[in-house]
Design a protein around this ligand. Structure first.
Ligand code: ZN
Length: 562
């Protein structure tokens, strides 16, 4: 008689709770972990001898932007190949739902090119309908979602740069209630992006009160991660205190232009925790970001169509005005814009400019020196000639801050990436997104194996049980009988991230276009094998997760202490 569907035999078991590994066999039955026993004790219908490799809970990535790309690639290729089995989507204020017909075109414009893919039907209107669309075609991984504040705002008032009228705020609250009742885990904001940057603290507090009633959390891309980082962290903490709910500060590494290192923002988090406030942080390990040059321009430019922006940028008067706006930074813009503001042109490396010759692989600074022109003009020329197709790698984070964040007890590991694939629509042209392919293997390779920043069990805990606990995923992120069998088997000696390009960059780029990591041997999602060595099995066993329907009753202690 066979008791188990699958047995992973002869493994070094890392339970995800921060404990050192132990030798064991792990038995899976009907999607769940049924038994963990000494080596040689278990027998299954299928037995996989893992030969002493590590067996850990599948990674839980709390900060991703796969909302639409997972509809295009339900195999979740770049993600599941890293060992990730659950993703939280709807971050930085942007979820694809709710949608109001009257503002649909603005939503589509906001999401950009992916909006045009046939699998992105935009037929959903409510949050529940979007979750149904996600579930309908099957997913290789589990997905939990946040309601994006930007989406709520667009649905009610488009990109208007003003406060909502009381009636508009009430409509936003109504849409948020629908999202929470449908299973959203909380609300996210993106306070550097339009329309989030137009919202006052009071507006966010008011919406977060609705989230708090459902026991959800507030996840924030704060109002500036450079010059204003400390005020912005303080604002996120204030929102949590006023609305009485847990706060998750997203990808909180100080970006170039910040007045401090990470110890300063982390100490605000520590102080809040001492006062009894539930505040945690996530961060990824990359110091760079590959984005379109357009994205670093002031928010006022974003609403324009590309053709209009391109022709405006040919006008010296408009250039001067845009340049002044960048330096002034009135609504603190997206992190990489700090490199323009502070003239850090050697930290901007051109990745793609199909209509300009001889610029790819060079920094804006180097091109300006070569041509004897002003770097701002080089930048605007690239935009004027290439429009949206001009992309660069922005190296805007200090490695020392990444290490400090990784080691802090309130910080968990996220990717800030999304589902991509090295083929098809999502790879045409190949985006620069090392975190989408190499985040978790990269941490294990560089910050566990090569440099002892984290112990193996601590790194695994920050990728598994800590994020799972944060989002109330009670049966995931740990290896114990009864938990869902989300499992990754890996070889620490051979783990290798094939997507990261360390700064300063060499050209041709070392790991771009990106490849899948090496050393991830098996990935199971809900007990089903999805990654088998170099092969994706094609299985779609993932679930759309919903926040448990527990409404909060009593107020947490910190409110009573005020
Ligand atoms: Zn963000």
């Amino acid at each position: 008689m066979t008791v188990f569907d699958v047995v992973l035999a002869n493994g070094r078991i890392l339970d995800g709770c921060g404990n050192p590994w132990f030798w064991g066999d792990l038995g899976i039955r009907r999607g769940r972990i049924a038994e963990i026993a000494p080596v040689g004790a278990l027998e299954g219908a299928e037995n996989i001898d893992v030969g002493g490799r590590y067996v850990a809970p599948g990674f839980v990535d709390v900060h991703t932007h796969s909302d639409l790309s997972i509809l295009v690639n339900r195999l979740a290729e770049s993600v599941v190949r890293q060992g990730v089995t659950t993703e939280v989507i709807g971050n930085c204020g942007m979820s694809p739902a709710p949608v109001n017909e009257d503002h649909l075109a603005e939503m589509q414009h906001h999401w950009g090119r992916i909006s045009t893919h046939p699998e992105v039907s935009w037929k959903w209107r409510t949050f529940a309908q979007y979750l149904r669309t996600l579930r309908h075609g099957g997913l290789a991984i589990n997905v939990a979602s946040l309601a994006g504040h930007g989406a709520l705002r667009i649905a009610v008032m488009g990109f208007a740069d003003r406060d909502p009228a009381p009636e508009e705020l009430a409509r936003m609250e109504g849409l948020l209630t629908e999202a929470m009742e449908s299973g959203a885990f909380g609300m996210s904001t993106g306070l550097v992006y339009p329309p989030g940057c137009f919202a006052s603290t009071e507006e966010i507090v008011s919406l977060c009160r609705t989230v708090a009633r459902y026991g959800g959390l507030y996840a924030s891309h704060i109002r500036g991660e450079r010059e204003t980082i400390l005020e912005a962290v303080a604002e996120a903490i204030d929102v949590g205190r006023e609305a009485c709910l847990p706060v998750q500060i997203s990808h909180n590494a100080p970006k170039y232009g910040a007045p401090c290192d990470a110890s300063a923002n982390l100490s605000l988090v520590e102080q809040a925790r001492v006062r009894g406030q539930d505040v945690t942080v996530d961060n990824d390990l990359h110091t760079d970001l590959g984005v379109s040059l357009v994205d670093t321009l002031p928010q006022s430019v974003h609403e324009r169509e590309t053709d209009e922006m391109v022709s405006l940028l040919r006008d010296p008067e408009y250039r001067l005005q845009t340049r002044q706006e960048i330096v002034l930074d009135r609504w603190p813009a997206f992190g990489p814009a700090g490199l323009l503001k502070h003239g850090q042109w050697d930290r901007i490396t051109v990745l793609r400019a199909p209509r300009s010759d001889g610029v790819v692989g060079k920094t804006i600074g180097a091109i300006a020196r070569e041509r004897g022109t002003d770097p701002f003009d080089v930048y605007f020329d690239l935009l004027a000639v290439n429009g949206d197709d001009a992309e660069a790698i922005f190296d805007y984070i200090d490695q020392a801050n990444i290490r400090m964040l990784l080691q802090h007890p309130a910080v968990m590991i996220c990717s800030d990436g999304q589902v991509l694939a090295p083929y098809g629509f999502l790879n045409d042209p190949p985006p620069y997104s090392p975190c989408s392919y190499g985040e978790f293997p990269g941490v294990l390779e560089r910050y566990v194996r090569e440099e002892p920043v984290l112990s193996l069990q601590e790194a695994i805990r920050k990728m598994t049980s800590f994020p799972a606990q944060r989002f109330g995923l009670r049966d995931r992120g740990v290896l114990r009988p009864g938990a869902w069998a989300d499992i990754v088997v890996f070889d620490l000696e051979h783990i290798r991230d094939r997507a990261t390009n360390l700064y300063p960059h060499t050209y041709p780029f070392e790991n771009y276009p990106h490849r899948y990591p090496e050393g991830i041997d098996h990935v199971f999602v809900n007990g089903v094998l999805v990654v088998d060595g170099q092969r994706h099995t094609g299985a779609l066993p993932g679930q759309v997760l919903r926040r448990r329907g527990v409404r909060s009753g009593r107020r947490p202690l910190h409110e009573a202490m005020q």
